[in-house]
Design a binder for this molecule. Structure first.
Ligand code: PLP
Ligand code: SF4
Length: 436
């Protein structure tokens, strides 16, 4: 298959688009003017079932849908498009809506270290052991997921995190012996040509950093463009590079976004999985729980079991972040926990490497352990899987039960406490500031 991607300006060339009514196409254009839209021919041809596209998880995952904007905002943009308003008026309205959709969730700006007198814009270092690195060439994706919290970096350039200067990153790493993991993220770093991977990985290997134990790559390419790892021109070179990292004694892990079991039923994806494993790459999986895509325990149990049968390690189940089209995908904390638990209890221990459901909030990754009653009060029991302060990890805490709660912002401390323990002034802590 030769790579082709479609976006707002050319998606009408997709042959299967004929199945959509004119109204459905206008919906795509209305929402697609606000939220980024891009889809690869692989997703169109291999993943989407066009005979039932309206309910197809991959169609919903990549094509803008009406409910992704409030009806007020939708009508506003639709009217401007209909009356062919001047570009400047359209842009003004679109930008206002985008800024209202919480483009910078979980205080990501706070995670950017200041080092040698400058902000390292391509780095986020929030959790002590793991540094995120945003390579400049890996900040797009083969297709854009409609739920993605990274949407602003595709739509609003001001929120783009990216860095070319590998030397600066290495100097930072060398000064931080507590960092064991470098996680390449984006966008999708696997859109990069192998020569860019070589540039970054070779520099890391040559720097010979004894505390660097894991190089991770967060990617969706495994199921949006699996040929990246098999038949693309530079796929062989990429495998050789991965082998080289592995032979240096550094573990290499692909953190695959796998939202639905249908993605790994396709032979091209299975071939890519085998090839990566043969090169010594460990594959782990993560996904948010999303209404209209995967909000059932049967889907999650099937996804984990299928992954395990292919040698993939289930890693995280996330709650969809409070940004962009969150309302369209939102599952309450209670539903998410019930789905997680029902899925978890029906798979064998080998699939129970997964952790969740987890919210990536400003203080850390917060897991919902369950709902309980303590001293006559119905509460959520929560804990940190990762914390901005490493001492918060694993400590249970309690919030007032709320059946409608979607996110940490909706929760209040139980037992009439004024604040959660991590909000107490003595706890305000940023290890970056301490260490620099
Ligand atoms: C999730 C996340 C990581 C990785 O955490 P692990 O639990 O080590 O997988 C690192 N940095 C940030 C900002 C994250 O959100
Ligand atoms: S592939 Fe990942 S980064 Fe890209 S749009 Fe989807 S969720 Fe976002």
């Amino acid at each position: 298959m030769k790579y082709k991607s479609y976006s707002l300006h050319n998606y009408r060339q997709i042959p299967q688009i004929e199945k959509l009514s004119e109204d459905q196409k206008l919906t795509i254009e209305t929402v697609g003017n606000v939220l980024p839209f891009r889809v690869s021919n692989y997703v169109v041809e291999e993943l989407i079932d066009w005979d039932n596209f309206e309910n197809d998880p991959f169609f919903i995952l990549t094509f803008p849908q009406k409910g992704m904007l409030s009806s007020y905002r939708f009508d506003k943009v639709a009217n401007l498009l209909k009356k062919e308003a001047p570009r400047s008026e359209l842009v003004k309205t679109i930008n206002k809506i985008r800024l209202d959709l919480n483009p910078n969730p979980a205080g990501q700006e706070m995670n950017v270290p200041i080092f040698e007198g400058r902000r390292l814009n391509g780095i986020q270092h929030k959790y002590r052991e793991t540094m995120l690195f945003f390579p400049t060439q890996g900040q797009t994706c083969h297709a854009y997921c409609t739920f993605c919290f990274r949407w602003p970096q595709f739509a609003l350039n001001d929120f783009r995190f990216a860095m070319k200067e590998v030397e600066l990153m290495i100097r930072y790493l060398k000064l931080k012996p507590e960092i064991t993991d470098v996680l390449f993220t984006g966008g999708d770093p696997a859109v990069m040509k192998t020569r860019f991977f070589e540039h970054y990985f070779n520099a890391l290997l040559e720097a010979d950093i004894p505390h660097l134990k894991n190089i991770r790559i967060g990617t969706k390419a495994l199921t949006y463009w699996p040929y990246r790892f098999t038949s693309d021109d530079d796929a062989d070179d990429l495998m050789r590079l991965f082998e080289k990292v592995k032979n240096k004694g550094i573990n290499i892990a692909l953190m695959a976004h796998l939202n639905h079991p249908g993605e790994i039923e396709i032979k091209a994806a299975q071939d890519a999985i085998k090839r990566l494993q043969n090169a010594g790459v460990q594959i782990r999986s993560q996904s948010p729980i999303l209404k209209n895509i995967n909000n059932s325990s049967a889907i999650w149990a099937e996804n984990w079991e299928k992954q395990v049968s292919l040698g993939i390690i289930p890693y995280y189940m996330f709650i969809a972040r409070n940004t962009g089209a969150q309302n369209y995908f939102a599952v309450t904390l209670e539903q998410a926990w019930r789905i997680y638990r029902n899925a978890y209890k029906q798979v064998s221990g080998i699939s129970r490497t997964v952790r969740g459901p987890s919210m990536s909030t400003s203080p850390g990754k917060i897991q919902i352990l369950g709902i309980s009653e303590i001293m006559g009060e119905k509460v959520f029991v929560l804990t940190f899987l990762q914390g901005r302060n490493p001492n918060w990890v694993g400590r249970p805490f309690y919030a007032v039960y709320d059946e409608d709660a979607l996110w940490l912002d909706d929760l209040f401390p139980a037992f009439e406490k004024e604040e959660f323990f991590f909000e107490e002034s003595s706890q305000i802590f940023n290890f970056q500031n301490q260490l620099l």
